[in-house]
Write a protein that binds this ligand. Structure first.
Ligand code: 13P
Length: 235
């Protein structure tokens, strides 16, 4: 099972350090073996002393080593902290920041070439969901355009846009039908994301075809995130 926290635009450098250290101590003292990934803001990346199953990843980076790309970070900045895990294709980058599939595919190819673990996000907006499962899958499969799905260090995350940050979690039926279809095509770990909470994480992670969760809002309070890890530790 993989349990991941996406901080989005939350936490400071100081509070990130205390969050990571607390999660690390929790994993260590409870002998928890599930994989845990934390994606802090770029300004809070650092070299943390963690157990092997706690990884720090970056929410984003530009597909470059270094150069003149105002506001972006490249691999020089990631290498400083030995960051080798990246989130690509998140719905907020697609729909709020306007990243195209073409840009996403280029970014994917660049970080794949460098051997990064890539958590690749896919998911449909509400109007597509309302058009039915077939349309949903069609939309989701288009998000694999230009993406090498055989890449060994690939983790997928199905995050329906309408479930992100809304408090509306996809139903178990929604999750299992989309997950089983994706898994039928692509044999990679597949996380679910979208209003996962302390109270429903165990049920969701127990569903067929769900290999873990990518959590925003409910993961930002460290006590809640530890409870999420606790609730899924034997899955
Ligand atoms: P929420 O858990 O806040 O719905 O966000 C999910 C998400 O986007 C994780 O990447």
């Amino acid at each position: 099972m993989i349990i991941a926290s996406n901080f989005k635009t939350n936490h400071t450098r100081k509070s990130t350090a205390s969050f990571v250290n607390e999660v690390n101590d929790f994993l260590k003292s409870n002998d928890i073996s599930n994989e845990v990934i934390v994606f802090p803001t770029a300004t809070s990346l650092d070299e943390f002393d963690t157990v092997p199953n706690l990884t720090i990843g970056t929410q984003n980076a530009y597909a470059v080593e270094k150069g003149s790309f105002t506001g972006e970070i490249g691999t020089t900045q990631l290498d400083e902290f030995a960051i080798k895990t990246i989130l690509i294709g998140h719905s907020e980058r697609r729909h709020v920041l306007g990243e195209s599939q073409d840009e996403i595919a280029k970014k994917y190819a660049f970080f794949k070439e460098l051997g990064y673990t890539i958590v690749y996000c896919i998911g449909e907006p509400l109007e597509v969901k309302e058009a039915g499962l077939e349309k949903t899958l069609e939309y989701v499969y288009e998000q694999f355009e230009g993406i090498d799905t055989n890449y060994e260090n690939l983790i997928l995350a199905y995050e329906p846009v309408w479930a992100i940050g809304t408090g509306v979690t996809a139903t178990n039926e929604d999750i299992t039908s989309v997950h089983s279809a994706i898994k039928g095509r692509i044999d990679k770990p597949l996380l679910y994301g979208g209003s996962v909470k302390v109270a429903n994480v165990r049920e969701i992670c127990s569903l067929d075809g769900v290999d873990g969760a990518l959590i925003g809002t409910a993961s930002w309070v460290v006590e809640d995130f530890k409870q999420i890890i606790e609730n899924t530790k034997d899955l």
